[in-house]
Design a protein around this ligand. Structure first.
Ligand SMILES: [Zn+2]
Length: 205
């Protein structure tokens, strides 16, 4: 059974402080235009999304250039609901052999209406360690791997240096730790710094 781990997109959803709020409206309507035609306005970092390296590096790959096979395949989902920052010591004992993707469930509850600034971050050393184990995609249910006030974006830059791609704002409230199959493809936005994805997982028996 596939499980949807995507944040729903709606007008009152939380967005990063200062980012454009999500908006959906009908630019044309069935009456009198003949069809409902919607348009959206959003920051590409709204809801469940992939960051392209171009987000934090002018010379980094844009979203349409990321290898798609990284966004399909086995993922280890681990619970980190009792730490404020994910340190190397928290991941050292994980069974990462042959695993290229790791998702961190850091929240017990998700606020689908309000941005919550105190979320669990990832220490840059953790990124370096995970990359050395073969991890290429790091996902979190937090809005960022760095703290909201941290403009140095150390964990983002560690990911860039190590070739690890970041998924943010996963919706993991209803799923438990374990090994899953994952699909979550970014849109081919040419030159884009990020893209929303529809993320789904299925338990590996
Ligand atoms: Zn982002």
């Amino acid at each position: 059974m596939w499980i949807d781990i995507t944040m729903p997109l709606h007008k009152n959803m939380p967005v990063w402080p200062g980012d454009a709020p999500f908006d959906y409206r009908l630019a044309a309507e069935l009456e009198p235009d003949g069809a409902n035609v919607g348009e959206v306005m959003m920051s590409l970092h709204t809801g469940t999304h992939v960051d392209a390296p171009y987000h934090y590096d002018d010379f980094g790959k844009s979203i349409d250039a990321l290898p798609l096979d990284l966004f399909m395949g086995a993922v280890l989902l681990v619970e980190m609901t009792s730490v404020e920052q994910i340190q190397k010591e928290h991941v050292e004992m994980l069974p990462l052999q042959g695993i290229e993707r790791i998702f961190f469930k850091t929240k017990k509850e998700h606020d689908l209406y309000r941005f919550a600034p105190s979320y669990t971050t990832v220490h840059p050393e953790t990124v370096t360690f995970l990359a050395a184990q073969g991890i290429k995609v790091l996902g979190t249910d937090a809005p960022s791997v760095d703290a909201v006030e941290d403009v140095a974006l150390q964990a983002h830059h560690a990911c860039n240096e190590e070739g690890v791609y970041i998924i943010e704002n996963l919706y993991l409230k209803d799923v438990e730790a374990g090994l899953y199959e994952f699909i979550g493809l970014p849109l081919a936005i040419q030159g884009g710094d990020a893209s929303p994805i529809r993320a789904i997982i299925r338990k590996v028996e």
